[in-house]
Design a binder for this molecule. Structure first.
Ligand code: TYD
Length: 139
């Protein structure tokens, strides 16, 4: 069963260049799952919260490719807030972890690399149902 303590923060490969840096994510090299989908969240109005949900099976890496935001991860027992503010730092959110995103800086971009295609059925978007999911996971 996943907890917030095995949601690692990894440093992506960074190629330094005076004319602009490059960070790389490559299947089989940088990350422990195959990326099936990439999406990004942008033009977030100041003060809005996003992402109050967990996934039953999907795992993902989240990167602040521009700007910064807080991501709150919660396993039903423990909770912590992580500020993502570097384009070469990725947070691994495993399956069965509730997440919320807050405090986006103006112009920030949140990129998500996900293990699975979009599937509404994989979402748990009600916190009570999430708590039940975590209890059932233990059985
Ligand atoms: P959602 O994942 O609920 O956003 P958040 O949890 O970050 O607030 O997605 C918002 C809407 O976008 C929802 O109607 C589904 C749609 N959507 C897709 O169609 N495909 C996708 O890959 C994603 C991530 C969202």
């Amino acid at each position: 069963m996943n907890t917030i303590f095995n949601c690692d923060i990894i440093e992506l490969k960074k190629i330094n260049n005076r004319a602009g840096n490059i960070s790389v994510v490559e299947n089989d090299l940088s990350i422990p799952f195959k990326i099936n989908r990439v999406y990004y969240i942008y033009d977030v109005p100041g003060g809005s919260d996003r992402g109050g949900h967990a996934h039953k099976t999907l795992e993902q890496y989240v990167v602040a490719v521009s700007g910064a935001f807080d991501i709150i991860i919660d396993d039903g027992r423990n909770k912590k807030s992580i500020r993502l503010d570097r384009p070469y730092i990725a947070l691994h959110i495993k399956k069965g972890i509730w997440r919320e995103m807050r405090n986006f800086t103006s112009g920030s971009v949140c990129m998500v690399m996900a293990s699975l295609p979009y599937d509404k059925e994989d979402y748990i978007d009600n916190y009570k149902a999430f708590k039940k999911f975590k209890i059932d996971e233990k059985k």
